[in-house]
Design a protein around this ligand. Structure first.
Ligand SMILES: Cc1cc2nc3c(=O)[nH]c(=O)nc-3n(C[C@H](O)[C@H](O)[C@H](O)COP(=O)(O)OP(=O)(O)OC[C@H]3O[C@@H](n4cnc5c(N)ncnc54)[C@H](O)[C@@H]3O)c2cc1C
Length: 403
C-alpha cells in the first residue's frame, strides 16, 4: 500500500474515538491512580465495555494495510495517561507474542483468556527480562525441559520487571530449550491460568507508569502442557536445527519481530510528549509575568516551537516504520529502532521542557506535567534501551558487529 499522510475515514474515526476515551476516562483519572499505585480495574472494565480492551480491537488495528492504525490509537490512548493506558495496553505484549509465534489453534485457545470478558476482564503478561538478562536477551537462564512421559514442559527460572506479572491470567514466558544456542535456543511458552509454581511476591514501586503493575515472576517447576509451546514442537525442532547448522534465519526473524513492535512503543511516547506540549502551550498563553503572557518571550515560544517540531519529526519516523513493517519492507537501516529511539528521547526532552515552562507549578502535583515527566523516562528504557536502539541502527547501517 502507498504511504500517505492523509488519514482515511476509518483512521480518523479511530483516532477521534480513542481520543474521546482518553480525554473523558483516562485524563481525569490519571492523577488518582498514579497516587494509588494500584491496577485500575474499573478503568480496564470501562475500556472493555466500549471495545477498547479486547482482541477484536487489536486485530482491527493490526489489519489496517497502511500500518498506521496501531500508532494512531496508541498515541491517543497514551496522550490521556500513560500509566492507565499501559494498564490497558500491557496485555497486548502477551497477545502479540501469541499472535506472532503461535499456531491458529493456540491463538484461539490462549488469546481470549488474556482479556477475560467485559464484566470480569483479565490480563496477559509477557515475561522475557531476567535479573541477568535485560538488554542481553541471549543470557536468559530460565530453562524449559520437555518431559516426554507426561507431554509437559517444565519451566524453572526468574523473570524481572514483567508488566502485569503475577496478576495476569496468562503469562507468556521465554525460556531456553538449548542454552548452547544463546538467543537462538529460546522459545516462548504459555503459562495457563492457575498454573502451580508461578509466583510473584509484590508489585514493584516505580518512578512513573505507577498505575501499571510491574513485578518479578518466579517459576518453580511450573509444568505446562506440551501444546503450550508457541509455534509447536515441529517448528521449534526445525528452528533449532537451523541454528545448530549456523544458518542465520532464526536470529534475523527475531530481530524483525522486535523492529515491528517498536513503532507502537514510539507512538506511546509521542502521546505523552504531545500531552505535555499542549498543556505547556496553553499555560504559556495564559500565564502573565512582566505584564504579558510568558509565551511572548522568545525563550518560551522557541522552546514550544522546538517541542512541536520534534514531536512531528518523531511521528514521521513512527509512521514510516509502522508502514514499512505492515508492508513487509526490510528494516535496512534499523528504521523500527529509529522510531522508538527518537520518540522516546523526544518524550523525555519535551516533558522536561514542559515542567520548565510551568515553572514552580510544573513541579507540583496539581498539574499533570510532573507525572508525564516521570512517565516519559520509561521510553528510553523498556522495549530496548536507547543505547540498544543505537546499536541496532549502527549495526544495520555499517554491517559491522558494533559492541
Ligand atoms: C516499567 C517497566 C516495564 C517493563 N515491562 C517488561 C515486560 O512486560 N516484559 C519484559 O520482559 N520486560 C519488561 N521490562 C524490562 C525492560 O525491557 C528492561 O528493563 C530493559 O530491556 C533494559 O534491561 P535492564 O533493565 O536489565 O538494563 P541493562 O541491560 O542492565 O542496561 C543497563 C544500562 O547499560 C546499557 N547497556 C547494556 N548493554 C549495552 C551495550 N551493549 N551497549 C551500550 N549500552 C549498553 C543500557 O542501555 C542501560 O543504559 C520492563 C521494565 C520496566 C522498567
Amino acid at each position: 500500500m502507498e504511504f500517505s499522510l492523509d488519514l482515511n475515514d476509518e483512521q480518523t474515526e479511530l483516532r477521534d474515538w480513542v481520543h474521546g476515551f482518553a480525554r473523558d476516562v483516562l485524563r481525569p483519572a490519571g492523577a488518582e491512580w498514579d497516587a494509588r499505585e494500584e491496577t485500575p480495574w474499573p478503568v480496564i472494565k470501562e475500556a472493555a465495555k466500549v471495545g477498547l480492551y479486547g482482541f477484536e480491537f487489536l486485530a482491527n488495528a493490526w489489519s489496517d494495510p497502511s500500518g498506521l492504525s496501531m500508532p494512531i490509537a496508541n498515541e491517543e490512548l497514551f496522550w490521556g495517561d500513560a500509566g492507565l493506558a499501559m494498564s490497558i495496553f500491557g496485555t497486548s505484549l502477551a497477545v502479540a507474542a501469541i499472535f506472532g509465534s503461535g499456531t491458529p489453534d493456540q491463538l484461539a485457545e490462549w488469546v481470549p483468556p488474556c482479556f477475560g470478558d467485559e464484566s470480569a476482564p483479565a490480563l496477559g503478561a509477557f515475561c522475557s527480562t531476567e535479573p541477568e538478562a535485560g538488554s542481553d536477551v541471549g543470557a536468559i537462564r530460565t530453562r524449559a525441559v520437555y518431559d516426554q512421559a507426561t507431554d509437559e514442559w517444565v519451566l524453572n527460572g526468574q523473570k524481572a520487571y514483567a508488566t502485569n506479572g503475577g496478576i495476569a491470567a496468562v503469562h507468556v514466558v521465554t525460556a531456553s530449550v538449548d542454552p548452547a544456542l544463546g538467543s537462538r535456543g529460546q522459545a516462548a511458552f504459555v503459562v495457563p491460568p492457575g498454573s502451580k509454581g508461578l509466583s510473584s511476591p509484590r508489585k514493584l514501586a516505580k518512578l512513573g507508569l505507577r498505575a501499571s503493575h510491574t513485578a518479578d515472576v518466579f517459576l518453580d517447576d511450573v509444568r505446562v502442557p506440551g501444546r503450550c509451546l508457541l509455534g509447536g514442537r515441529d517448528a521449534l525442532d526445525a528452528r533449532l536445527a537451523k541454528a545448530r547448522n549456523n544458518e542465520r534465519a532464526a536470529g534475523q526473524a527475531s530481530m524483525r519481530t522486535f523492529e515491528l513492535s517498536r513503532p507502537t512503543v514510539g507512538a506511546q511516547a509521542l502521546g505523552v510528549a504531545r500531552a505535555a506540549y499542549e498543556y505547556s502551550l496553553d499555560y504559556a498563553r495564559t500565564r502573565v509575568q512582566f505584564g504579558r503572557p510568558i509565551v511572548e518571550n522568545q525563550a518560551i515560544a522557541f522552546a514550544l516551537a522546538d517541542m512541536r517540531m520534534e514531536i512531528d519529526a518523531a511521528r514521521m519516523l513512527v509512521w514510516r516504520a509502522a508502514w514499512m513493517g505492515r508492508n513487509n519492507r526490510p528494516f535496512a537501516a534499523g528504521e523500527g529502532s529509529m522510531s522508538k529511539l527518537k520518540a522516546g528521547e523526544v518524550a523525555v526532552a519535551v516533558t522536561e521542557k514542559a515542567v520548565q515552562i510551568l515553572g514552580g507549578a510544573g513541579y507540583l502535583r496539581e498539574h499533570p506535567v510532573e507525572r508525564w515527566y516521570r512517565d516519559a523516562k520509561i521510553y528510553t528504557i523498556f522495549e530496548g534501551t536507547s543505547e540498544i536502539q543505537r546499536l541496532v541502527i549502527a549495526r544495520a547501517i555499517s554491517g559491522h558487529q558494533i559492541r
